[in-house]
Write a protein of this length. Structure first.
Lengths: 485, 485
């Protein structure tokens, strides 16, 4: 080993040079976010840039500034677009500069919040307490920050399975049961819940997808009939998943009615609140979510409508013991001690799948402190109002039609020049959507409702202004007419 | 809605003020990391500071500078300690300043790499290709960046279950099988694998923990006997988990021998390489990992020995189709389009549990470009050499003894003044460990091997110097003598 190798580290050889580079990054990032609305919402990565990502494993060190310049040239100009005021695709938040800075400080401290006695655990516990306050769960409920809604739902459904199956399911497995377990949700349930049920070994057949009403909420009569039918056939219903804010149309299932059914049939009440639960912050939405406080478990996604940078999911669980009993496993190398860094009251790794866990609590903590719940709620209320505004624009236009009732902040519409058959209409609207995106104008996404392809505008965006929707309508019609002509 | 509310966003009212704050953060972070070795490795959070984390949900906005000052006072001084040159607890990396800055830039762009056509997917694909190169998997293998080893192992085991159980397991569930599935690993297997098996509905009983040899590697004869016995009893073995670098002692299972057994019994070959797989970068360790390139799936943890900030796990899978078949689910709102932002070749959400996924690829990409594989490998080689150095110090001391063979970079030892019974020795070493931590000297962790409590030094640390281990030994003896006296 050379003397140089003996002492080399991954720290910069020249801290001042790295500090200068870091200041440059800050200036670039601030400028980038400040001017985001002036750029196209999306642009394709040029082929020449794509080529640069085909090079093999770098063997030798590169100059830090050169690495950053490569980032500036080949990466920074081509974001997904969800930071832009006219991005309304799928369902995502924008993020904020404070959220991004918090990620930097969190990674500087770089703690692992699997467990141990250090401040990050206190920050996470406080953030979880705030979330309990938001949704109305008792303070002795438990919770966990996770990667996102998929994981939050998986955690909730795991506890439902382990708690209600009876016996020691963790030890004996699903095959030890003498009857099959079933889970209920509407046909509009998010696909991650099906993935969770599959992962848990229950099989997607065990997820009973119940028909919806005209407003895309779960049909309660059909739900109850199916449960009764399943019980008579020897199945064991263990959980009903309610969705306040479905991904297609933002429909809100009747939470109180579902809570009642869960009581009646002794099943777990899980709320997939990835879209809607954080809307408890909004004075206008909160009344629509009555009953959420009765849930056994709730999935939230703070990287959606609370605009925390990815990833920031959260699961809350009424029964702390049930939660812990489903995930705690403490081998000899993770035993707690009475002092030192392995003490500490809560080991979050006992409440979920991950052992190593990043300090994602910090960005939530800083953003909550910076903006406060009222303002975060106003952002949500305004998006809901913007959805109604967009709906009125669509209804006023002879060329456009709503395809579903507007739920929360999600508007599904299509361009319809009249006297056109369904396949042609579907193809036309698909083309309009791609043009809207490729011309960098706006980025809605799409879905298909009753075979009708539609442009889907999911407005979880603190940067959107009312005039952005005027532009969307104007451009939809322009592109529609241009393609039809 | 007031005019102010009509236009308010979560962006700063004054971008220049926020820019100034961001520059302050950069200076503070650089200073923090530059001087980390001058501070105690760990210090408890004072009670008064703990109290501050009990306040309820903030309702009103707070000044950004005030929020940051609260962070500086109450959070920044109390990290877990794994950034420190003398942190050797559990198994974690240090992180780097470039990794932290990459997190900032990633969160500024804030893409969601669940899918879509944008540059972040290309970066992730490139990073995955580099990892295939590192472990020797073919270029047409698939992969996914995940939160960490727990998730990487879960993904690997899910594919093993779904691929080898036969039939449509995703649809029909585990209860549809006519025989029980079994998974094999040594008694030293990391606990997250048991959690994965439980989650998958197989039950922890189905994880056969095979006895180890004196060097803490899996006993191959006992492994084969158990498989044969299980087959004769009507079980279906589906997977053997090999561990190159066990968490207790860093033992490396014989990967080629296990690969042979997997071939012989037609089982999936999963490598839990959370600790050891990235040591393929090290010229001295690589020969010990021969056979890893034969794996069906490999879990890696780049936030460990590659020092990427949390979270940075990775799973690689030889059979892309098997991987995709286990996780792909494409509802109507996620259909791909031929152009626009919903095009793009790879949708990573089809390869794992998460739909929304952060841009964790960027920090890996920037760190790999900055340091190169050779230097990252030298960091690993030096830690292995430091473990041997520490071992020699222990063997030279009359007061200390090694409790297990040194595997890779993990040293398990205890203070033993002689003529002391086991319970007293265990208690004594527990006290020494807590003193080492509470005095801020060094942070090893602990484990118990054959009932013997030991101080466990896991040296995944690019900042550790040889003299840090001289200090550890000197202080262990000092504290041991002081407690014994």
């Amino acid at each position: 080993m050379s003397n140089e190798e003996y002492y080399e580290t991954l720290d910069p050889e020249d801290w001042d040079e790295m500090r200068g580079l870091a200041h440059q990054m800050v200036d670039d990032a601030v400028e980038y976010l400040k001017t985001v609305g002036d750029r196209p919402v999306w642009q394709a990565v040029p082929e020449a840039v794509k080529e640069t990502f085909k090079s093999g494993l770098p063997e030798q060190p590169g100059d830090a500034t050169a690495v950053y310049e490569e980032f500036l040239t080949n990466i920074f100009p081509y974001p997904l677009g969800n930071i832009h005021p006219r991005f309304w695709a799928w369902y995502m938040g924008n993020g904020t500069i404070m959220g991004a800075l918090a990620e930097f400080m969190a990674a500087t401290m770089n703690p692992n919040i699997g467990g141990g006695n250090h401040v990050a655990g206190l920050v996470e516990a406080q953030v979880l307490n705030w979330m309990k306050e938001v949704v109305g769960l008792p303070t002795d409920a438990s919770g966990l920050l996770v990667s996102g809604g998929s994981m939050a739902n998986l955690v909730g459904l795991t506890i439902a399975r382990n708690t209600l199956a009876g016996g020691d399911l963790r030890k004996n497995g699903v095959q030890s049961l003498d009857r099959k377990l079933t889970v209920y949700a509407s046909t509009e349930v998010h696909s991650c819940n099906q993935k969770a049920v599959e992962l848990l070994g229950l099989g997607s057949d065990s997820l009973r997808k119940i028909e919806i009403n005209d407003d895309y909420t779960i049909n309660l009569q059909k739900l109850e009939s199916k449960i009764v039918e399943d019980i008579q056939s020897g199945y064991q219903p263990i959980c009903i998943i309610a969705t306040p804010g479905t991904v297609n149309t933002g429909a809100i299932d009747d939470l109180n009615a579902i809570a009642d059914l869960c009581l009646k049939f002794n099943t777990w009440f899980h709320v997939d609140g990835a879209i809607g639960a954080i809307a408890m912050l909004s004075d206008t939405v909160r009344p629509l979510l009555t009953g959420i406080e009765r849930a056994d478990s709730i999935a939230l996604d703070l990287h959606k409508w609370m605009h925390v940078p990815f990833e920031a999911g959260c699961v809350l669980v009424r029964d702390e013991k049930a939660h812990r009993d489903s995930f705690s496993l403490t081998p000899e190398y993770l035993e707690k001690t009475e002092g030192g860094l392995a003490s500490g009251p809560v080991w979050f790794s006992e409440y979920g799948v991950q052992l190593s866990r990043s300090f994602r609590a910090l960005k939530i903590w800083m953003m909550m402190k910076e903006h406060g719940s009222k303002k975060l709620g106003r952002m949500i209320s305004r998006n809901v109002d913007q959805a109604q505004y967009l709906g009125r624009l669509i209804e006023k236009s002879a060329h456009l039609e709503l395809i579903a009732p507007i739920g929360l902040d999600i508007v599904c519409y299509r361009y319809n020049p009249g006297e056109t058959d369904l396949p042609t209409l579907n193809h036309l609207n698909r083309s309009i959507l791609i043009e809207l995106q490729e011309q960098g104008i706006a980025a809605p996404s799409y879905t298909t409702l009753n075979d009708r392809y539609c442009i889907r505008v999911a407005i979880a965006n603190h940067r959107s202004r009312y005039e952005d929707f005027d532009l969307l309508i104007e451009q939809t019609i322009r592109i529609g007419q241009s393609i039809s002509a």
